[in-house]
Design a protein around this ligand. Structure first.
Ligand code: MN
Ligand code: MN
Ligand code: MN
Length: 285
Protein backbone atom coordinates (compact mmCIF):
# COMPACT_ATOMS: atom_id res chain seq x y z
CA UNK A 1 0.00 0.00 0.00
CA UNK A 2 1.07 3.50 -0.86
CA UNK A 3 -0.14 6.82 0.54
CA UNK A 4 1.60 9.98 -0.60
CA UNK A 5 -0.71 12.62 0.86
CA UNK A 6 -1.33 12.82 4.62
CA UNK A 7 -1.48 15.42 7.40
CA UNK A 8 -0.43 15.58 11.04
CA UNK A 9 -1.12 18.08 13.79
CA UNK A 10 1.84 20.08 12.55
CA UNK A 11 -0.82 21.48 10.18
CA UNK A 12 -4.52 20.65 10.48
CA UNK A 13 -4.40 16.90 11.12
CA UNK A 14 -5.37 15.27 14.41
CA UNK A 15 -2.48 12.84 14.92
CA UNK A 16 1.14 13.53 15.78
CA UNK A 17 3.62 12.46 13.08
CA UNK A 18 4.52 9.46 15.25
CA UNK A 19 0.89 8.42 15.70
CA UNK A 20 0.27 8.85 11.98
CA UNK A 21 3.24 6.69 10.96
CA UNK A 22 2.38 4.03 13.54
CA UNK A 23 -1.16 3.87 12.26
CA UNK A 24 0.09 3.68 8.67
CA UNK A 25 2.29 0.74 9.67
CA UNK A 26 -0.68 -0.99 11.31
CA UNK A 27 -2.68 -0.53 8.13
CA UNK A 28 0.03 -2.08 5.99
CA UNK A 29 1.20 1.08 4.26
CA UNK A 30 4.71 0.49 2.88
CA UNK A 31 5.40 3.84 1.26
CA UNK A 32 4.22 6.98 3.00
CA UNK A 33 4.61 10.71 2.68
CA UNK A 34 3.66 13.37 5.19
CA UNK A 35 2.48 16.42 3.27
CA UNK A 36 1.43 18.97 5.87
CA UNK A 37 0.09 22.32 4.72
CA UNK A 38 2.88 24.87 4.31
CA UNK A 39 5.16 23.34 6.92
CA UNK A 40 8.10 20.96 7.13
CA UNK A 41 7.85 20.67 10.92
CA UNK A 42 6.72 17.04 11.16
CA UNK A 43 9.21 15.51 8.74
CA UNK A 44 12.05 14.70 11.17
CA UNK A 45 9.77 12.93 13.61
CA UNK A 46 7.94 11.07 10.83
CA UNK A 47 11.23 9.94 9.27
CA UNK A 48 12.45 8.51 12.59
CA UNK A 49 9.21 6.65 13.30
CA UNK A 50 9.06 5.35 9.74
CA UNK A 51 12.58 3.93 10.07
CA UNK A 52 11.57 2.11 13.27
CA UNK A 53 8.52 0.67 11.49
CA UNK A 54 10.26 -0.33 8.28
CA UNK A 55 8.16 2.04 6.21
CA UNK A 56 9.72 3.88 3.28
CA UNK A 57 9.13 7.54 4.04
CA UNK A 58 9.17 10.33 1.45
CA UNK A 59 9.52 13.87 2.81
CA UNK A 60 6.70 15.99 1.42
CA UNK A 61 4.71 19.17 1.74
CA UNK A 62 1.42 20.59 0.47
CA UNK A 63 1.80 24.22 -0.48
CA UNK A 64 -1.12 26.63 -0.67
CA UNK A 65 -0.88 28.87 -3.72
CA UNK A 66 -3.00 31.08 -5.89
CA UNK A 67 -4.10 30.54 -9.45
CA UNK A 68 -6.23 33.21 -11.11
CA UNK A 69 -8.89 34.03 -8.54
CA UNK A 70 -8.83 30.79 -6.57
CA UNK A 71 -6.39 28.78 -4.48
CA UNK A 72 -4.75 25.59 -5.62
CA UNK A 73 -2.68 23.15 -3.62
CA UNK A 74 0.65 21.85 -4.86
CA UNK A 75 2.09 18.70 -3.34
CA UNK A 76 5.88 18.43 -3.32
CA UNK A 77 7.33 14.94 -2.94
CA UNK A 78 10.92 14.00 -2.23
CA UNK A 79 11.86 17.51 -1.12
CA UNK A 80 15.00 18.27 0.85
CA UNK A 81 13.58 20.09 3.91
CA UNK A 82 16.83 22.01 4.37
CA UNK A 83 16.93 23.46 0.83
CA UNK A 84 17.12 27.25 1.11
CA UNK A 85 14.36 28.34 -1.27
CA UNK A 86 11.81 25.96 0.22
CA UNK A 87 12.85 26.58 3.81
CA UNK A 88 12.69 30.37 3.41
CA UNK A 89 9.45 30.18 1.46
CA UNK A 90 7.84 28.15 4.23
CA UNK A 91 9.09 30.61 6.86
CA UNK A 92 7.50 33.41 4.87
CA UNK A 93 4.20 31.50 4.74
CA UNK A 94 4.29 30.93 8.48
CA UNK A 95 4.61 34.69 9.10
CA UNK A 96 1.75 35.28 6.71
CA UNK A 97 -0.42 32.72 8.53
CA UNK A 98 0.41 34.33 11.88
CA UNK A 99 -0.71 37.76 10.67
CA UNK A 100 -3.84 36.26 9.18
CA UNK A 101 -4.65 34.41 12.42
CA UNK A 102 -4.56 37.63 14.45
CA UNK A 103 -6.66 39.48 11.86
CA UNK A 104 -9.24 36.71 11.96
CA UNK A 105 -9.42 36.84 15.76
CA UNK A 106 -10.02 40.62 15.58
CA UNK A 107 -12.69 40.25 12.94
CA UNK A 108 -14.48 37.46 14.82
CA UNK A 109 -14.64 39.59 17.97
CA UNK A 110 -15.96 42.52 15.91
CA UNK A 111 -18.57 40.18 14.48
CA UNK A 112 -19.82 39.41 17.97
CA UNK A 113 -17.92 36.24 18.92
CA UNK A 114 -16.76 36.13 22.55
CA UNK A 115 -13.23 37.49 23.09
CA UNK A 116 -12.43 33.97 24.38
CA UNK A 117 -11.75 33.18 20.71
CA UNK A 118 -8.28 34.69 21.35
CA UNK A 119 -7.50 31.57 23.43
CA UNK A 120 -7.33 29.63 20.16
CA UNK A 121 -3.60 30.26 20.00
CA UNK A 122 -3.08 28.69 23.46
CA UNK A 123 -5.33 25.81 22.56
CA UNK A 124 -3.23 24.89 19.52
CA UNK A 125 0.02 26.08 21.08
CA UNK A 126 0.85 28.28 18.08
CA UNK A 127 -0.47 31.23 16.16
CA UNK A 128 0.05 30.10 12.56
CA UNK A 129 -3.38 28.64 12.04
CA UNK A 130 -5.81 28.13 9.20
CA UNK A 131 -9.56 28.38 8.76
CA UNK A 132 -10.04 24.69 9.60
CA UNK A 133 -8.59 25.35 13.07
CA UNK A 134 -10.94 28.31 13.55
CA UNK A 135 -13.95 26.30 12.44
CA UNK A 136 -13.16 23.53 14.94
CA UNK A 137 -12.51 25.96 17.75
CA UNK A 138 -15.69 27.97 17.10
CA UNK A 139 -17.67 24.76 17.30
CA UNK A 140 -15.82 23.71 20.45
CA UNK A 141 -16.52 27.01 22.23
CA UNK A 142 -20.16 26.78 21.24
CA UNK A 143 -20.13 29.81 18.94
CA UNK A 144 -21.28 27.68 16.00
CA UNK A 145 -23.23 24.45 15.66
CA UNK A 146 -20.69 22.80 13.39
CA UNK A 147 -17.52 23.46 11.44
CA UNK A 148 -19.63 23.89 8.36
CA UNK A 149 -21.77 26.49 10.12
CA UNK A 150 -18.59 28.34 11.15
CA UNK A 151 -17.67 28.74 7.48
CA UNK A 152 -21.20 29.82 6.58
CA UNK A 153 -21.46 32.36 9.40
CA UNK A 154 -17.96 33.73 9.71
CA UNK A 155 -15.09 32.19 7.78
CA UNK A 156 -16.23 31.70 4.21
CA UNK A 157 -15.48 34.13 1.38
CA UNK A 158 -17.55 37.28 1.85
CA UNK A 159 -18.37 36.47 5.50
CA UNK A 160 -17.44 38.83 8.39
CA UNK A 161 -14.21 37.10 9.48
CA UNK A 162 -12.94 36.24 6.02
CA UNK A 163 -9.36 37.31 5.47
CA UNK A 164 -8.19 36.63 1.95
CA UNK A 165 -5.47 34.02 1.92
CA UNK A 166 -3.14 36.02 -0.32
CA UNK A 167 -0.96 33.04 -1.16
CA UNK A 168 1.89 33.42 -3.60
CA UNK A 169 1.36 32.30 -7.19
CA UNK A 170 1.55 28.57 -7.92
CA UNK A 171 4.65 29.20 -10.05
CA UNK A 172 6.51 30.19 -6.88
CA UNK A 173 5.39 27.05 -5.01
CA UNK A 174 6.50 24.84 -7.91
CA UNK A 175 9.89 26.52 -8.05
CA UNK A 176 10.55 26.04 -4.30
CA UNK A 177 9.72 22.34 -4.66
CA UNK A 178 11.85 21.75 -7.73
CA UNK A 179 14.77 23.73 -6.24
CA UNK A 180 14.51 21.41 -3.22
CA UNK A 181 14.97 18.40 -5.52
CA UNK A 182 11.32 17.37 -5.29
CA UNK A 183 8.51 16.65 -7.71
CA UNK A 184 5.63 19.14 -7.93
CA UNK A 185 2.16 17.64 -8.31
CA UNK A 186 -1.23 19.24 -8.65
CA UNK A 187 -3.15 18.14 -5.55
CA UNK A 188 -6.73 16.79 -5.70
CA UNK A 189 -7.73 18.34 -9.07
CA UNK A 190 -11.33 17.20 -8.54
CA UNK A 191 -11.69 19.68 -5.65
CA UNK A 192 -11.45 22.76 -7.85
CA UNK A 193 -14.59 21.93 -9.83
CA UNK A 194 -13.04 23.23 -13.04
CA UNK A 195 -14.50 22.63 -16.45
CA UNK A 196 -12.40 20.41 -18.68
CA UNK A 197 -11.25 23.49 -20.63
CA UNK A 198 -10.20 25.34 -17.47
CA UNK A 199 -8.39 22.29 -16.15
CA UNK A 200 -6.53 22.06 -19.47
CA UNK A 201 -5.53 25.68 -19.12
CA UNK A 202 -4.33 25.11 -15.56
CA UNK A 203 -2.41 21.95 -16.46
CA UNK A 204 -0.77 23.61 -19.44
CA UNK A 205 0.56 26.41 -17.23
CA UNK A 206 1.38 24.01 -14.41
CA UNK A 207 3.60 21.98 -16.73
CA UNK A 208 5.19 25.13 -18.19
CA UNK A 209 6.10 26.19 -14.64
CA UNK A 210 7.83 22.86 -13.90
CA UNK A 211 4.94 20.78 -12.53
CA UNK A 212 5.36 17.08 -13.34
CA UNK A 213 2.42 15.22 -11.93
CA UNK A 214 -1.11 15.17 -10.68
CA UNK A 215 -2.91 13.28 -7.97
CA UNK A 216 -5.51 10.75 -8.92
CA UNK A 217 -7.51 9.59 -5.95
CA UNK A 218 -9.61 6.66 -7.15
CA UNK A 219 -11.38 6.48 -3.79
CA UNK A 220 -12.22 10.19 -3.74
CA UNK A 221 -13.51 10.78 -7.28
CA UNK A 222 -16.61 9.69 -9.10
CA UNK A 223 -15.86 7.15 -11.87
CA UNK A 224 -16.53 9.81 -14.52
CA UNK A 225 -14.15 12.34 -12.97
CA UNK A 226 -11.55 9.65 -12.37
CA UNK A 227 -11.67 8.67 -16.02
CA UNK A 228 -11.36 12.29 -17.09
CA UNK A 229 -8.31 12.77 -14.86
CA UNK A 230 -6.62 9.65 -16.20
CA UNK A 231 -7.11 11.05 -19.65
CA UNK A 232 -5.51 14.37 -18.60
CA UNK A 233 -2.48 12.56 -17.17
CA UNK A 234 -1.97 11.07 -20.55
CA UNK A 235 -2.50 14.20 -22.64
CA UNK A 236 -0.19 16.32 -20.46
CA UNK A 237 2.32 13.50 -19.97
CA UNK A 238 2.10 13.78 -16.19
CA UNK A 239 3.02 11.27 -13.53
CA UNK A 240 0.18 10.04 -11.34
CA UNK A 241 0.29 10.06 -7.57
CA UNK A 242 -2.07 8.59 -5.02
CA UNK A 243 -2.80 9.80 -1.54
CA UNK A 244 -5.73 9.74 0.82
CA UNK A 245 -5.41 13.31 2.18
CA UNK A 246 -5.81 11.64 5.57
CA UNK A 247 -6.17 14.14 8.43
CA UNK A 248 -6.85 11.58 11.16
CA UNK A 249 -10.50 12.59 11.33
CA UNK A 250 -12.86 10.06 12.83
CA UNK A 251 -14.74 9.37 9.61
CA UNK A 252 -11.47 8.80 7.70
CA UNK A 253 -10.14 6.18 10.09
CA UNK A 254 -11.80 3.21 8.42
CA UNK A 255 -10.64 4.08 4.91
CA UNK A 256 -6.99 4.89 5.72
CA UNK A 257 -4.79 2.29 4.05
CA UNK A 258 -7.50 1.01 1.73
CA UNK A 259 -6.17 -0.65 -1.41
CA UNK A 260 -6.77 0.92 -4.83
CA UNK A 261 -5.90 0.05 -8.38
CA UNK A 262 -4.50 2.29 -11.04
CA UNK A 263 -4.39 1.44 -14.75
CA UNK A 264 -1.18 0.13 -16.31
CA UNK A 265 -0.75 3.11 -18.60
CA UNK A 266 -0.35 5.52 -15.67
CA UNK A 267 3.25 6.53 -14.97
CA UNK A 268 3.39 6.31 -11.15
CA UNK A 269 5.38 8.99 -9.38
CA UNK A 270 6.89 6.39 -7.02
CA UNK A 271 8.91 4.90 -9.88
CA UNK A 272 10.68 8.21 -10.43
CA UNK A 273 14.33 8.12 -9.23
CA UNK A 274 13.67 11.07 -6.93
CA UNK A 275 11.20 8.92 -4.99
CA UNK A 276 13.13 5.68 -5.44
CA UNK A 277 15.89 7.26 -3.35
CA UNK A 278 13.60 6.67 -0.39
CA UNK A 279 12.14 3.30 -1.30
CA UNK A 280 15.34 1.23 -1.52
CA UNK A 281 14.66 -2.41 -2.24
CA UNK A 282 11.05 -2.17 -1.16
CA UNK A 283 8.61 -4.32 -3.10
CA UNK A 284 5.67 -2.01 -3.76
CA UNK A 285 3.34 -4.04 -5.88
MN1 MN B 1 -6.16 20.19 5.60
MN1 MN C 1 -5.36 20.28 -0.15
MN1 MN D 1 -4.12 17.76 1.98
Amino acid sequence: MIDLHTHSLCSDGFLSPTQLVNLAAERGIKLLSLTDHDTLDGLDEATKTANQNNIAFVPGIELSSSWEKGDIHIVGLGVDPTATALYNGVEQMRTHRQERTHKMIEKLIKAGVSSKIADIVHFYGRDHLGRAHFARYLEKMGACRSEEAAFKQYLGRGKPAFVSSGWLPYTEAISWITQAGGIALLAHPQHYHLTSTKLDLLLGRFVAAGGEGMEIQPLHSTPTVHKQLLHKLDSFNLMGSVGSDFHGKEHQLTSFGQPFTIPDNVRPVWLDPRIQRYTGQLELT
